[in-house]
Design a protein around this ligand. Structure first.
Ligand code: AMP
Ligand code: MG
Length: 492
């Protein structure tokens, strides 16, 4: 550490109460971030800092950069690396925070508890052969996409800042290093329970389960037998989350069990991307060869991950293993119906429908089938559908669509709400602006050259996704048909 980083406590509005560090010892390792050469603030999320009750003005400056680079500890922080395991592309592995440090849990003036985590903060005992660091591009990508998800109204971890380290990281090439400050309701993952099941006894597993209930499902505290209810509640939140991903065309890219947060927030934005032309088989990640995490597979992968979660809970789910398996299976079997309800109700709103009718799912599916046949842009098509006058494009002129349109109009006419109200609902559910892949790449590439203007413009457009703002029109444009399919690379 340099002179400026002496251990004088800084407050900066942080109000830490570190409950995770009070869990049994083997759930974490106390460890400090490794200081970096020259912290420099690249992006700072002032509205988020304000919402958390932090001192935005100071945090945005040099002192904030030192703190959010891990060079200087704010008062009350108790830095730890969390232990966890996970199924990665189907294979079980012991993992843990190999390049992240949880500074602690900040309790906001409103009483909300959030994890403050530095990602890219140096080696820990879980680093295996990794360097514990992160490159600027992937950290900015997480910042952009997580903030876009938040603006879209989808549960997600947030991003408070990206700080350049003034050091390089070595991947295929030499890249500028950076640290992201991630704000999360917690970092309890399916993989945390997999770790507990593999490494801890029943008592510690029970402690973790009760801790999770306290933190995320307090309404279950009063239950006589809260553990089956915990499984059902986690299942419902995942089903809801994945339905919302599908509604906006989001592909997570690495739905490993260590990247699935029990509280139902989207977490760990690596090779994620938004789909352009509608096709459920869409995969962007360069490492997802089998298409395991393709757009349309996400619901069944969520159920697969929930099954791994249920397995870890078995010791808490019944007197005998047989009874426990029966309880778990009965809950897991509800997933398809629970997911479908979330999915259909979201699609209804996207189509301007206020009440249920039997055929609504089929009506939505029929539109998606047409979009797939025609290679129509998912986001743009649905946004165009909110307009009184449909644009004169080949898709909307097509025979199949005209037939569907008649059916949809008849459906709209059967509801009491006036058309204008239906359009208002649609405009609030079908974004105009999403983080289009090439726009994100372009912004990250410029930032890598030291030009932050495209990133700033992109972030501004993503902040108001449901408005048609002329200055943001370019961000609503679908890409021109490309020769090369778009690929994202793993966010290391
Ligand atoms: P992720 O792909 O970010 O979900 O990470 C999967 C696992 O690999 C986690 O245990 C990370 O901590 C670890 N990991 C990823 N990148 C690095 C790195 N550069 N150094 C050390 N560990 C890493
Ligand atoms: Mg991860």
């Amino acid at each position: 550490m340099n002179e400026a980083s002496a251990n004088a406590p800084t407050v900066l509005g942080f109000n830490f109460d570190n409950s995770y560090a009070r869990l049994p010892r083997h759930f974490f390792e106390r460890t400090n971030p490794v200081p970096v050469a020259a912290p420099r603030m690249i992006v700072f999320n002032r509205p988020l800092a304000d919402a958390l009750g932090l001192e935005a003005e100071t945090l945005a400056g040099a002192e904030g950069a030192a703190v959010l680079a891990g060079n200087r500890m704010p008062a009350g922080a108790e830095p730890i690396a969390q232990a966890y395991a996970g199924h990665q592309f189907g294979h079980f592995t012991m993992l843990g925070d190999g390049r992240a440090i949880l500074l602690g849990e900040h309790v906001t003036p409103g009483g909300r508890r959030v994890d403050i985590q530095l990602k890219g903060s140096g080696r820990t005992m879980f680093s295996r052969r990794g360097d514990g660091r992160a490159a600027l591009g992937p950290m900015l990508r997480e910042y952009v996409v997580s903030e876009a998800m938040h603006a879209l109204g989808i549960p997600t971890t947030r991003s408070l800042a990206v700080v350049a380290t003034g050091e390089h990281v070595y991947r295929e090439t030499r890249l500028p290093g950076a640290i992201l400050t991630r704000v999360a309701a917690s970092h309890i993952r399916v993989g945390t329970f997999e770790y507990a099941a593999a490494q801890a006894g029943r008592d510690d597993l029970r402690t973790l389960a009760l801790y999770t209930i306290d933190r995320h499902f307090p309404e279950l505290r009063a239950e006589d037998d809260p553990f089956p209810a915990l499984l059902a509640s986690v299942l419902a939140r995942q089903a809801s989350l994945v339905a919302q991903w599908l509604h906006v065309g989001f592909i997570h890219g690495v739905m490993n069990t260590d990247n699935m947060s029990l509280c139902g927030e989207s977490i760990d934005y690596g090779p994620c991307a938004f789909m352009d032309a509608y096709d459920p088989a869409t995969v962007f990640s360069s490492i997802d060869h089998g298409g395991r995490y393709a757009y349309g597979n996400q619901p069944s992968i969520a159920q697969w991950n929930l099954t791994r979660f249920a397995e870890t809970l078995l010791p808490l789910l019944g007197e005998s293993e047989e009874a426990a398996v029966e309880t778990a299976t009965a809950i897991l079997d509800t997933f398809p119906a629970v997911f479908r309800d979330f999915w259909v109700s979201g699609m209804r709103a996207k189509l301007g429908l206020f009440h249920d009718e039997e055929d609504d799912a089929e009506l939505a599916q029929a539109l998606l089938a047409l979009m797939r046949e025609e290679g129509a842009d998912y986001t743009r098509t649905l946004r165009d559908l909110c307009r009184a006058n449909l644009p004169d494009t080949p898709f909307f002129r097509g025979e199949g669509f005209r037939h569907w349109l008649e059916r949809w109009r008849a459906r709209l006419a059967r509801q009491r709400e006036p058309l204008e109200e239906a359009r208002r609902l649609m405009r609030s559910r079908n974004p105009a602006v999403i983080p289009r892949n090439r726009r994100v790449e372009e912004a990250l590439e410029a930032a890598g050259r030291g030009d932050l203007a495209p990133l700033t413009r992109l972030l501004a457009a993503l902040e108001r996704p449901f408005e048609d703002i002329p200055a943001h029109a370019a961000y609503a444009e679908p890409p021109k048909p490309a020769a090369e399919p778009y690929r994202t690379f793993c966010g290391t």
